[in-house]
Every structure is written in C-alpha cells, then in structure tokens.
Design a protein around this ligand. Sequence first.
Ligand code: G4P
Length: 524
Amino acid sequence: MSLQSEINRRRTFAIISHPDAGKTTLTEKLLLFGGAIHVAGAVKSNKIRKTATSDWMEIEKQRGISVATSVMGFEYDGYKINILDTPGHQDFAEDTFRTLTAVDSVIIVVDAAKGVEVQTRKLMNVCRMRNTPIMVFINKLDREGRDPFDLMDELEDELGISVRPLTWPISMGATFKGVYNFYRDNMQLYTPNKQTISQSVEVDVNSDELDKKIGKRDAARLREDMELINGVYEDFNKELYLDGLLAPIFFGSALNNFGVKELLDCFIEVAPAPRPVKAIERVVKPHEKDFTGFVFKIHANMDPNHRSSIAFVKICSGKFERNVYYKHVRHEKMMRFSSPTAFMAQKKETVDEAFAGDIVGLPDTGNFKIGDTLTNGEELHFKGLPSFSPEMFMYLENADPMKTKQLEKGINQLMDEGVAQLFINQYNNRKIIGTVGQLQFEVIQYRLLHEYNARCRWEPIFLYKACWIESDDEQELENFKERKTQYMAKDKEGRDVFLADSSYILQMAQQDFKNIRFHFTSEF
Ligand code: G4P
C-alpha cells in the first residue's frame, strides 16, 4: 500500500468523558466491533478513578495495566483505528490534556441523565482551543434521562459550537425503542441485550410500517421531532465538523451495544485522517516522505529494578522504521530504536514500521522528555504541549540529606515525564511543586522513594495560581518583579512565573500592571 493510502486510512482519536459516563464501556464495545477483543470486561485501565485517593498501591498496580491500554489499535473495515486512552481520574487531567495534542479528533461521552459535567466541560475547552473535531455520544438511553432537545441546547451552549443530531432516540428508559439514523436514513430497533449487535430496519418514516414497529404514539412523536430537527438544525456539514465548528450527536447505550456501530460507521467515514501539525518552524503535513514525531507521554516502569520507561511518540509525518537513525532534536544526536512497539488492542508488539497517525512506544532510559521532537535530520520543534496553571502547591523538602543527589535526579526525571510542575521561588530559592490534584503528591513521594531511593516531605504553601508573565514593556516587567519579589518564581525552562496567593491579588496585579500579560497555560 502506498504511503498516501496508509496514512489516509488512519483514524487516531480519544474518547473523553466525565467519570462514569461510560467511556470504558464504549471503548470496549468499539474494540469488540473491531474484533480486537472477544469478551466484555477486558478494558479496565481507567478504573483507577474508582479507588480511594490514598490507595496508591492500587494505582501502581493499575498503571502496569494501563501501559498496554494507553493506545488501542485495531483494524475495522479497511481502516486502522487508534484509540488513545485518557486517565479517568481527574487528578491526572494534565495527562489527558497532553494526550489530546496527539489525536486528530475526539468522541465525547455524555450521560443522558446528567448532561455536561465538570470534567466534560474542561476537556471540551481544550478541544476548542485546538479546533479538534468533536463527536458526541449521549449514553445510557436505556435509563430515564433528560429531554434530548434540552441536552442538545446544553451541548450547544457548553461546547460553544453548533450541534447536529445524526441519530435521534425514540423514547427512553423502560420504553426506549431505538434510534432514527439521520445519516443513513434508517432506523435501529432496540433489543436490550449486552452481546448482540443492533438490528437495522429500513423504514419510510411516513409509512404505516413505522406505526406498526414502534406504536402510534411514538411514531407520531418521532415525526414531530424530525420535523422540528430538520427545521431547527442545518444539515450535517462535514467541513464544519472537520473545522471543529459543528459536533454531530449520537444517542445510544454503550452497555447494551446500542447505537455504537452507527457511531463507528459514521466515524470512520467522516472523522479526519491525520491532520497537519504545527511546529515552530513550519506546518508539517502527514504525507511528507520524511518521518517526524513528538513525545506526548512518558510511562515509567514501576519496577524499581528496571528504571526504564516508554516514550509515546505520535508520528506526524511519513513512515517510522525500526533500526533507522533519527534525530533527537533537543539532544542534537542521532538515535535508532531496535524495539519500538505498536499497540494493538491489549497487546504490545515490536513493529518494523509505523505511519503518520500511529503511536509508537520507544523504550527509554531517560533520554526523552515530554514535547521532544524526532526527525529525519531536520531542525524542527513541535509545539502545542502546554502546561496548565496548577491548582495545588507544596514546598518540596528533602527528608534525607544524604540522598540529595538522588532527590534532584528523581525530581528532574519526574518533571520531564510531566507528573507535575516545578517552580523555583526566586526569593528564597525553595522548590515548589504544582499539580492539578492531590494524588500527584502521593505519586511523587512514592516514586521518589521506590525508584530513586530518595525521601521528600511536603510543606503546605497557600497559593491560588501560578501564571506565566510577559510584557513588551521591559521596565514595567522589572517593576513588577521587584514589587512582587517574594512571589516570583522560574519554571523549569527559566520562564517568569507569578505566584498569586489569592484571586484578589491576581486581579489587582492585572489592574495595576496593564502592560503585563498573565497566562494560565505555558504556551502563549
Ligand atoms: P467511565 O469509563 O466513563 O468512567 O464509565 P464506565 O464505562 O466505567 O461506566 C460507568 C458505569 O456506567 C458502569 O457501571 C457501566 O456499566 C455503566 N454504563 C455504561 N454504559 C451504560 C449504558 O449504556 N447504560 C447503563 N444503564 N449503564 C451503563 P458500574 O456499575 O459503575 O460498573 P461495572 O461494575 O458495571 O463495571
């Protein structure tokens, strides 16, 4: 197959949701359709979130599993599908944000009874920042949920983009009958059964047959709904979807295998093949002959005897080959990889080649950090792996002065992996660790001890936000830094960061220093 067609048949995406909306169940059903797994219950990676926050040992166990399920590839109908898993636990949100930089589109799962929830909203914002094409699967129609029109309105408001239903539910809960498929102009009738695939029925909506199949009342309601939908919503426009301006909506029940195949069949047809990726120097197109890629995730091996990890590389262009020398741009050195892995369903296997859109795992012993670029030799830096302003902060204290070196090394490597962010307070030179969740502090402490033999202690510090600052007015920037000297820090790259201890202080600073820009992500 030509390079062109290999790339065109790839669909790389993530499924995202608020915990419990049904992401794991949907992922599993997609794998079942792809023949990648044969029994339900095989995908448990994101069950992490269900364990108590302090149950770190459990999480460690889970992490072992999630290496295999971080990327799930399978073949379906001539397409190569790569699903990137995102951690369910909200304390790992930063990991999720980064994974979203490596996908070409997303499917958002929403619980029909709950609508848009906190975590959904945050993830949607990230998608919007990047104009990522979005499809929405409204799940759990087998239970009583909210009115579908209300859900549409809410999604439109919250997503900030237009929506267009491509399937539409016929009743719900105990009387759920099925969905009408606008995309194919047919109807799927529902049989509550977790293992069988739904039946599709060709039916003319204006015929008596519809009344016979779903009853007079529901038939009348469906005709009314359809009239309203076709009146209110524009026809589905693929271009708008690809530009991230329109989200097609599907209804179903992942648990009952219902509406999932309709979603998948439409997805492979309309979802984007690998898209161009911006580097600082230029835009890289997937079909370019030369290989380029970037590291978006590093997965540490939790076995203390093997301090190796896997760097996950998203291939942005061309073809990656085993044992060929590529340039590690930050280190300015050529490297080759003898055992790159690809991820097929639950298995990891060594591959000889992979194409733009694919993810390869490179065994690593500390050469990589998040955001690193690999190329055929070109000096190129991919951007788009922002750090977000952390929400929790602690001073890092060395609890074993004999192990200072180990602590330094451990902290540096963990930060390269993107576990948390390190800031150095410029006033007292103390190290501050910022995270998005409490869990990270436990993770760091545990891993420092078990992987680096170093001990740390946390000391509380009350901060509201850390924001990156910059200005064209150097004098004002200097004045600001002088005035706020106790609250100034540097991030790992040496950029200026202002540590605001309350929202009021931040507001005042923004008011008083109009020529300074305060950023809440590291990419500006
Ligand atoms: P998540 O990954 O988004 O967090 O959600 P997950 O798939 O784990 O689903 C959360 C719960 O919702 C699970 O129940 C799952 O069985 C249920 N669920 C998923 N899809 C549907 C659906 O279409 N209809 C109904 N009624 N329930 C659904 P659980 O009891 O928490 O877990 P489990 O013991 O079943 O694994």
